[in-house]
Design a protein around this ligand. Sequence first.
Ligand SMILES: [Zn+2]
Length: 178
Amino acid sequence: MEKVLIFKISKKGQKSKWKTIAILSSQTLGQFDNIIRDAFHHDTYDHLSEFYRGKAFSNSGLGEIEPGGFGAGSKPQLDKLNIRVNEIFEYVYDFGSSSIYQIELIEVQDRDLKVKYPNIVNGSKARTAYCSSCKGGGLKVKAEYIVMFKDNLKKEKLCKDCIKMISKQKAYINHLIQ
Ligand SMILES: [Zn+2]
């Protein structure tokens, strides 16, 4: 019986955002990449990504993945990687804005022939976060970015207008997934 790998994927630095994904051990990193993009609302037609057997941007990269299942990194089958249960590795979507995810193999199951793989099993519920700067002025505007200031490491969620006031030299800026 073919095996199904159940992975928990969570956004690094934003652990409340997570999904679990079921994928066949015979499926490839390219297929895994595609469903992760889907699960976290990243585009599937642009930007490179890569899995790392360890910390992102270390020399443990498994090769670049181009959208659509191209690139050396999309070829390997999951069962060739011998991933252990509870092993944690990392995934980067888009080297420009660098969304980093931690991936943990949480369980191995038998394949259910009625189910199509890969699929998104479960995930954190979306809850709208509002821009903290606009909120100060009495406005409810959806936050689209999360900012961490380099001097005091304070975090703030901001909308796409307010983010323009923040200097990249002074803060780490990431897209907020919700
Ligand atoms: Zn705002």
